[in-house]
Design a protein around this ligand. Sequence first.
Ligand code: PLP
Length: 364
Amino acid sequence: MIKFLDLYKINQRFNDEFNATFNESLEQSHFILGNNVTDFEKEFTNYCGTKYCIGTGNGLDALTLILKGYIHLGKLKKGDKVIVPANTFIATILSVLHADLEPVFVEPNSRTYNLSAEDVELNIEGVKAIIMVHLYGQLADVEKLKFLAEKHKLLLIEDAAQAHGAECGLGKAGALSDAAAFSFYPSKNLGALGDGGCVTTNDSGLSSAIILLRNYGSTEKYKNEIIGYNSRLDDMQAAFLKIKLRHLDVDNERRRAIANTYLENVKNKKITLPYYDGSKNHVFYAFVVEVDNREDFIQFLDHNNIQWLIHYPVAPHKQKAFSVFSHLKLPLTEKIQKRVISLPISPVMTNNEIRTVVNVLNAY
Ligand SMILES: *Cc1c(COP(=O)(O)O)cnc(C)c1O
């Protein structure tokens, strides 16, 4: 069986370091907003190339707190329109709703699955912010979206939950917009041993607002300045993340190497391979192919003991929870949602496993 993602194998590599940091943390017993959070925040700002990093409870909260932070600062107000990709994980859109803002769904580019500046511009009327998602680990059309946001004086926000370490000429994911949200959900390229997330930004006002919002509106115990939440990055998770951050570049390089092996060696007209320009702008959180008959393909993979996953089987606007958006006409998103399937890719796959996947795909 070739696992889709072998989390045990991924984390087992750090077992000794995890144990040492666990014992240290237990000794210090500073479990909430301790030194590990502060240290990790500093190390992640250095990594991304931003001024600030604020640890949060998870990726959804990171996104939501960015939007609530801008509302607190008066840069957004309730009911403002925010562009979101129609083809994304539901969290991107939930954050907009949780902040009492209005999502404007924009169809993706069919080659990159990301927002294109042209499609965004067609929907820009009355919009106050854009959330670009670096879907599957590939940076969105950052340069053009930045230009567009500046031209129309809009806030540009990154959902970088799948793109830790992806980079282009303008910098790394997290440093390519006004504010970015990361998730450290265990399966992400930089994953904790539980939930976690953070915001990165160069905006000191936003950083201060989120520092208050994540911790009961307070920086001093029992002194509450604004109406806040409880969404802090867990100190133990920060300790584990510090260890894993040092290996992120090597892991991403391995993911790219596996992707290149697939791209060079899978030659099957029935399988449409993903677009990749060969640069570091992709960290292959997922290796997503398209097929005409997915049910048939799934049977074939199952028969050959290759695990798979679908990112995502139901488009957000077709979810029961989003029935108010079910009238939207988003044919491209719906088409993608029916055709995509993600194949195993992870830094711990062996060369043998990679070869097997290639051979099985060529035999389909
Ligand atoms: C994982 C993910 C999130 C949410 O992260 P959580 O930590 O699970 O809350 C948001 N957006 C995208 C694109 C994601 O993949």
